[in-house]
Write a protein that binds this ligand. Structure first.
Ligand SMILES: [Zn+2]
Length: 526
């Protein structure tokens, strides 16, 4: 038996604990048939074998992003990137360019400006946009995403006028100190008004945008994703993407409400091949730290006495989780605050008392605040903790977790080292488009951790979160997640070996080639 494809002269990081490194790989019929030395693989090469000369480059298993919002990512691809703007004029130039390619009335969105980069730290206003874009509504978020600048056209479509603004109690729509007119800067609750006004893209537009998103994902060396579905429309989109031949392996995770209403009764929603499956059903137990809706035992440190929001009672949670398991799906429990994590554990402990549930791999999504006591309750169960490494950095840096939670509590925010020491399985995802797609950016954030660095983990542990652990989380560890004989040939070829560079440089590792099921899907060199 000869190989269809052989990769030789490489530095193969297998993520297989029995054989950590190898030189070469042979592939046939989409599967890896041999991992070994150049000599061993050369015996499997004949005239019809395609050969990739790695010239010392590094190969890792195809990366798995365990938390990505693909439809939202697609929509964001169309956004203007304003991160490099050094002046309001720079913003105007980028906008002008976009206007020249956009039909009137179409919404234009963007993000990334920072007034601290502008002269005298001056905020831009709506008139700065009106001169360039009189006929298109424009919405431009700042770098941290907590406020945005809109033009007059957008204000009109949002039904915001001077009269209305003067009646508002909160100061979420900024007003000119002299005239009292809105300046175009919105924040807080006023940001919701924007999303109430922007029309949803139609199916055709969304298909095109998500198709572009999938190509970008493959280009980032990612061969499998856990697609966090936000709307029912996304199903028909995933099916159409598959018809178009997108090779990305998709494990869809659906909100409980959509599953119950639209999908539970029609199990034929998955496709027959192994590249698309509806797997996880997500229950939101609480909200998010960023808007202080994550449920805590003790109030946030802002003097408000607020402990966030719990969306489930013990009874409702237990009933829903049982329903999910009995229907053959995986429970994915979003629990960010410590109180929500406890409620999740309570339900899981009750379930695990039944022998038939003991092997269910339940996933805690974004479990952020998890103290020693909760960690002890988590270990020894088949609980998987899903982490989005770039979110960790944002919670500390942008949200100021130490101020908002107090230092003693913030110490237990994403304690990855402690979790791994207790043998709790972690998986990694991007949370793109809220955070960057690049998996190496995420990996760097947890290997070279800046806040509570004692909770940093090793590079191999971090890669495992995006490969073998991620495969385990969907019961596919025998099929993918490491470079082993018999497994599917999903591989990512890198420009440099991430294990030999300084940890503050990991984010610059480039993906050169992505291989899915033995097919070269992306190749930077051609
Ligand atoms: Zn998310």
């Amino acid at each position: 038996m000869y190989a269809d494809l052989a990769l030789i002269n490489g530095n193969i990081i297998t993520m297989d604990s029995k054989k950590l490194r190898a030189q070469a790989i042979a592939i046939k019929n989409q599967r890896i048939i041999k991992v070994g030395t150049n000599n061993q693989i050369s015996q499997l090469i004949n005239d019809s074998t395609k050969i990739i000369q790695l010239e010392g480059r590094t190969v890792i298993p195809g990366l798995i992003d365990t938390h990505i919002h693909v439809a939202a990512f697609g929509r964001h691809l169309d956004w203007l990137d304003l991160t490099d703007c050094k002046s309001i004029k720079d913003m105007q130039t980028i906008l002008k360019n976009k206007i020249s390619q956009t039909i009137p009335n179409k919404w234009i969105l963007g993000r990334g400006w920072n007034e601290k980069n502008f002269q005298k730290n001056q905020f831009p206003n709506r008139y700065d946009l009106d001169t360039i874009a009189p006929n298109n509504p424009v919405v431009l978020y700042n770098q941290s995403g907590n406020l945005c600048l809109v033009n007059t056209e957008a204000l009109c479509l949002m039904n915001i006028n001077s009269q209305k603004v003067k009646l508002l109690k909160e100061n979420t729509i900024k007003r000119d100190l002299i005239t009292g007119d809105p300046t175009g800067i919105l924040e807080g609750k006023a940001l919701d008004l924007i999303w109430d006004s922007i029309p949803e893209p139609d199916q055709k537009d969304l298909l095109e945008l998500t198709h572009c998103a999938c190509l970008k994902i493959l280009k980032a060396g990612i061969t499998s994703i856990h697609w966090m579905v936000l709307s029912y429309l996304e199903f028909s989109i995933i099916k159409k993407l598959k018809e178009k031949g997108i090779p990305l392996r998709i494990y869809a995770i659906i909100p409980f409400e959509i599953w119950k209403k639209e999908i539970k009764q029609t199990p034929s929603h998955g496709l027959k091949n192994n590249t698309f499956k509806i797997g996880g059903i997500e229950i939101a137990i609480d909200g998010y730290l960023a808007n202080k809706t994550a449920a805590l035992f003790k109030p946030y440190n802002d003097g408000s006495y607020s402990t966030g929001n719990l969306f489930q009672s013990s009874q409702s949670l237990y009933a829903s989780v049982s329903d999910i398991i009995q229907s053959g799906f995986q429970p994915v429990l979003h629990a960010m605050g410590d109180k929500a994590v406890e409620l999740a554990l309570e339900a899981i402990e009750k379930l695990m008392k039944k022998t038939e549930h003991q092997n269910t791999r339940i996933r805690l999504e974004q479990a952020a605040l998890i103290n020693k006591n909760l960690i002890d309750r988590t270990k020894n169960k088949k609980i998987i903790i899903s982490v989005q490494p770039c979110v960790i950095n944002s919670e500390f840096k942008t949200w100021n977790a130490i101020d908002n939670l107090g230092s003693n509590r913030a110490r237990w925010l994403f304690p990855l080292r402690t979790l791994i020491n207790k043998k709790i399985l972690l998986i990694g995802g991007s949370d793109c488009p809220m955070e960057p797609l690049n998996p190496f950016q995420g990996i760097q954030k947890i290997v070279d951790r800046k806040f509570f660095p004692e909770e940093s983990i090793t590079l191999t542990e971090a890669i495992a979160m995006y490969t073998i652990n991620a495969a385990y989380s969907t019961n596919e560890e025998k099929y993918k997640g490491s470079i082993e004989e018999g497994k599917i040939a999903d591989l990512t070829i890198l420009s440099i070996d991430p294990t030999v560079i300084p940890s503050n440089n990991i984010k610059n590792v480039e993906v050169e080639t992505t291989i899915v099921g033995g097919e070269i899907i992306y190749n930077k060199r051609v």
